[in-house]
Design a protein around this ligand. Structure first.
Ligand code: SF4
Length: 351
């Protein structure tokens, strides 16, 4: 049982983050924000995949202006990612953005931050203090370990926002190095009450990027640390969202659609588990209901797992036993396994 850290709840465009609110899945578009058509299209794909908050890069005034058009055409809250130029944050606020991400490492001047905070406060727009190991403020002692420097950069910014009586704060402390990231979040989690956005930055291409992200995000979530997550991949943002849900589903923190349990196969396997599993997995992507499906190769672990699932099979020689809701239903031939399983999944999805 995971006990969540008791963080403050903030709202970004109506999505609650922190406290006991569901851990929010977010992603970032990979289009040129100025190309509103492509950006809206990608956000709609992300919405479809279950993305609950989306961030767009705002590298110039044109991108900041594009937020207005993008915002009008999407259903999930939009966050502007701001680096270097604080005026772009002001423009993004004017364009109706729901949240801001600022990097303390490249908008260091307290006066500029103060201007942004005042504008955000007037419209009750939350700010994420997004510290990144690759862009730490240059005046923080370079001899300190990276985790301490990241925490120090965040605390300095948090103090500034608090002095301005602003508490719609979310924090992230991302590094490519997993132990550094975990240590940074563990430290900050005990120091401030604000919700934490967790992720491993620049995690790379799948599958290495997926594994690195999971290795960093899952231990933190298991310790109750993390209120929103992003899996950062060099690849499709839709894959980021799917991966984020798989992490949350694996820890029983969220459910979203079917879960497939399948054995790795071995010398005992007497049916084509790989082909059956691949086909069932493909078909399951069209179902929304939280159904547990098991495809198991033999009588060793097969009946146990199949019984534990909503629907499952345990293979035998050229046939399989079909289980539903923990009960053995019937024996089916190997050729009928896929159609029978799909038929039962269809029934279950309507129950
Ligand atoms: Fe092998 Fe049976 Fe285990 Fe599958 S369930 S890996 S076939 S022992």
């Amino acid at each position: 049982m995971i006990t969540r850290r008791n963080s403050k709840i903030i709202q970004i465009g109506g999505v609650a983050i922190g406290g006991n609110a569901p851990i929010v899945v977010q992603s970032m578009t990979k289009t040129d924000t100025r190309n509103t058509k492509a950006t809206i299209l990608q956000i709609k794909e992300l919405e479809e995949a279950g993305c609950e908050l989306v961030r767009v890069a705002v590298p110039d005034k044109q991108a900041a202006a594009a937020i207005r058009c993008i915002r009008n055409d999407i259903s999930i809250p939009l966050i502007a990612d701001i680096h270097f130029d604080y005026r772009l944050a002001l423009d993004a606020i004017d364009s109706g953005v729901d949240g801001l991400r600022i990097n303390p490492g490249n908008i260091g001047d307290p006066e500029k931050i103060t201007t942004v905070v005042k504008a955000a406060k007037a419209k009750q727009i939350p700010i994420r203090i997004g510290v990144n190991a690759g862009s730490l403020p240059s005046d923080i002692d370079p001899d300190l370990p990276v985790a301490e420097r990241m925490v120090s950069a965040a605390l300095r910014e948090i103090n500034l926002l608090q002095e301005l009586d602003f508490d719609l704060i979310k924090i992230s402390l991302k590094a490519f190095d997993v132990p550094t990231t975990i240590e940074s979040y563990q430290r900050i989690a005990t120091m401030v009450p604000y919700p934490l956005h967790v992720g491993i930055t620049e995690a790379g291409v799948p599958p290495a990027g997926l594994i690195r992200s999971t290795a960093g995000i899952a231990p933190l979530l298991y310790q109750g640390i993390g209120d929103t997550i992003r899996v950062s991949l060099t690849g499709s943002p839709v894959e980021e969202v799917k991966a984020a849900y798989e992490i949350l589903k694996s820890l029983n923190l969220r459910s979203r659609g079917p879960v497939l349990i399948s054995c790795p196969t071995c010398g005992r396997t007497e049916i084509d588990v790989v082909r059956i599993t691949e086909e069932v997995n493909k078909r399951l992507s069209s179902y929304q209901k939280d159904i547990k499906v098991a495809v198991m190769g033999c009588a060793v672990n097969g009946p146990g797992e199949a019984r534990d699932a909503d629907i499952g099979i345990a293979g035998g020689k050229g046939k399989a036993l079909l289980f539903k809701h923990g009960q053995k239903i019937r024996s089916i031939s190997e050729d009928s396994i896929i159609p029978e399983l799909i038929k039962e999944i269809e029934y279950l999805s309507r129950e």
